[in-house]
Design a protein around this ligand. Structure first.
Ligand SMILES: Cc1cc2nc3c(=O)[nH]c(=O)nc-3n(C[C@H](O)[C@H](O)[C@H](O)COP(=O)(O)OP(=O)(O)OC[C@H]3O[C@@H](n4cnc5c(N)ncnc54)[C@H](O)[C@@H]3O)c2cc1C
Length: 322
């Protein structure tokens, strides 16, 4: 019996959410007294696969089939179901990212498994299997009890953390035996944003809301982000009004991010916004309204005019850098 951990890649590179899923899967296997096995789909070089050993997993199944680069969820679900059967997986762990959220339900159907999406920690109980999960866009915690023999979990960002625990890795080639007909999705063109820090990967994010008043005031946000090596984000109305691109919109209907540090500048903190940023480790909010809901979610709050506070942040960041 084992815990199978799916680690997805972008252009052959693993990301922080995947390393967190591996760290979690390794701890879960230790708790269940079983073996942790990671599985990678797509063309990932050996040097990248070996990195998984830093997070405690000693066995990696790797299918270097280039066709997985299309991120076809149905094909990935089939391959993972095959891998789960091969290693006798009782639990399959995926990151709660776009890919994990799309694959996990399909995989659960194939394995006749109970599904817990957005799990926030190790099981409270193994029998019956009980685990906490984020509900109502992170406003509450639910207890999920799963009675099926096989369980599929997606792990909420930043809920467990990346834990280094170096071990040596045994990489095993793996072929799920999929034919071309299994890959229904064809990617014809990919356009990439260059020169910007990817929001999903950023350790620090500086975000602005309608309290920034207009696009002409974004220079300060960009300057602070540049000094801190941060990504820039915004609330939905800001992108709806065309002040910033939709690629920067975070929240329930935008990107879900989990940086170590999130600056919410002139953002009210509506539940739909918090749904995308509540995985941040530390939230710093600036708002002129002391009753703004963002202060309930914030670790540090400044009640004040963002137009006056932001230049002070920039000066402090410059001093820190110097
Ligand atoms: C189905 C649905 C999905 C949604 N999805 C999302 C989503 O994914 N992401 C998202 O962000 N929203 C989403 N929303 C919208 C959400 O409900 C809020 O309307 C939105 O987040 C508010 O954006 P805001 O905080 O920038 O603006 P506002 O609510 O207008 O808040 C502006 C804030 O700035 C403060 N402020 C004003 N001037 C200053 C100043 N000079 N200095 C300091 N503070 C100042 C104000 O006190 C206020 O708190 C969704 C809504 C629905 C119905």
């Amino acid at each position: 019996m084992s815990v199978l951990i799916y680690i997805d890649n972008t252009d052959g590179k693993f990301k922080k959410a995947g390393f967190e899923a591996v760290s979690y899967g390794v701890a879960l296997a230790a708790q269940a007294g079983s073996e942790a096995v990671a599985v990678s789909l797509g063309n990932v070089a050996e040097a990248e696969l070996l990195k998984l050993g830093n997070y405690g997993v000693s066995k990696v199944l790797s299918s270097t089939d280039e066709r997985f680069a299309s991120m076809d969820n149905q094909a990935a679900a089939k391959a993972l179901a095959f891998a789960a059967a091969k290693v006798g997986a009782e639990i399959v762990v995926l990151a709660h990212n776009n890919l994990g959220k799309a694959i996990a339900p399909r995989l659960a159907v194939k394995l006749q498994a109970g599904l817990v999406s957005n799990a926030t920690g190790l099981p409270l109980n193994l029998s019956p299997f009980t685990v906490n999960k984020n509900v109502f866009t992170g406003k509450a915690i639910g207890h999920a009890v799963v009675h099926t023999a096989v369980k599929v979990l997606t792990l909420s960002y930043n809920s467990y953390g990346v834990v280094e625990k170096p071990v040596s890795v045994n990489i095993e080639a793996f072929d799920a035996g999929l034919g071309d007909a299994d890959f229904g999705l064809k990617v014809e063109q990919t356009q990439k944003v260059t020169g910007k820090i990817l929001l999903s990967e950023a350790e620090i994010v500086v975000a602005g809301g309608r309290g920034m008043k207009g696009p002409e005031n974004w220079g300060g946000i960009e300057e602070l982000a540049e000094i801190l090596g941060a990504g820039t984000a915004c609330s939905r109305p800001v992108s709806d009004e065309g002040w910033r691109s939709h690629g920067e919109h975070v929240g329930q209907t935008g990107k879900i991010i989990a940086p170590n540090l999130y600056f919410a500048l002139g953002i009210s903190g509506a539940i739909q916004h918090l749904g995308g940023v509540s995985g941040s480790k530390v939230i710093v909010a600036v708002n002129k309204d002391p009753d703004a809901p963002i202060f309930e979610a914030a670790d540090y709050g400044i009640v004040g005019d963002v137009m006056k506070v932001l230049p002070q942040f920039i000066e402090a960041a410059k001093e820190l850098k110097a």
